[in-house]
Design a binder for this molecule. Sequence first.
Ligand code: MF3
Ligand code: CO
Ligand code: CO
Length: 289
Amino acid sequence: MPFDSHGHIIPGAYPAPRTVPADIQRPPYVGLKTPPAYTGDNTYTEAEIDLIRAAGRISSGALDAVGAAIRPGITTAEIDRIAHEYVVAAGAYPSTLGYRGYRASSCTSVNEVICHGIPDDTVLREGDIVNVDVTSYLDGYHGDTNRTYRVGEVSEEVDLLIERTHEAMMRGIKAARPGREVNVIGRVIETYAKRFGYGVVRDFTGHGVGSSFHSGLIIPHYDSAPSYADIIKPGMVFTVEPMLTLGTHEWTQWNDGWTVTTRDKSITAQFEHTVVIREDGFELLTVSE
Ligand code: MF3
Ligand code: CO
Ligand code: CO
C-alpha cells in the first residue's frame, strides 16, 4: 500500500532492523535519545579532512551501488539494504542508523517527499523519482551525501527539476569563499531556483559535519541575510543540500516523526555534498574512487 488512489505516497511496512558487526565503531549517539552536545568548531586539520574524505568516499560509493540497482519494481527497503551492505562492507557505520531514533541506514525520499523518507515496502514505478541520502562514519568522522534518481523515464518537467537542483547545489558550493557569510550560498541557490519558479525549502538546511553528524552550524539554501552570517574560513567543512520543488516551499510531516512532504504534494528533488573550503575555493569530500 505504498501509493494511494491518487498516486500519492503513503506509509508502508518496515523491513526487519539491520545489524552492524560488533567490530565496527559506532558514533557516540547510538542508543541515546539525543546526541551529546558538540563543542568543537567547524574547521579541520588536513589529517582530519583526510578522514572525512575517506568516510565521504564510502557514502558516495554506496550511492553508486544504489544508482546501478534502481529500476521500476525495486523497493525503498531494497535500496536501503544495498546502501547498508556497501557501507558495512567498507568497515564503516551507517550514521543514520540509531540517530535520534531513526531506524534505517539511508533516507529514501520518493516524489513529494522532501527529505527523511524511511525505507519500507514501497515499490517504485516507472516515472517516480527517489532521493537516497547516505552518511558513513569511519575512524570518528562522518561524510554525508545524497542524490536524486529517476526510476525509468520521467516527465520532462521532473527531469529538468532534477538537473537544475544539482546545478543549484553546485552554484551554491562555488559561491562559498573564505571571508563571505554562509548566507551567500543560499542567496545564489535561491536566485537560480527562482528563474524557474521553483519552491526553495527553508526549514531543512545544510550543516556543519565532521566529528559530529550535525555540528550546529546552519547552511541556508535561501536568501536568509542578515541571518546565518557565519564567516566562511579555509578548512571549514559543511554540507550543501538544497531541496527544490515544483510548487511552494511549505511542508508537512507524517506521524512517523520523520517523513517530510511538500504541503501541496508537488514533486521535489535534492542533492547533497560534503565540502571543505580552501583558500581559493572548495573541494568535494563525497566523491568516489
Ligand atoms: N543525512 C541527512 C542530512 O543530510 C540527515 C538524516 S538524519 C536521519 O543531514 F535521521 F533522518 F537519518
Ligand atoms: Co546533510
Ligand atoms: Co544527508
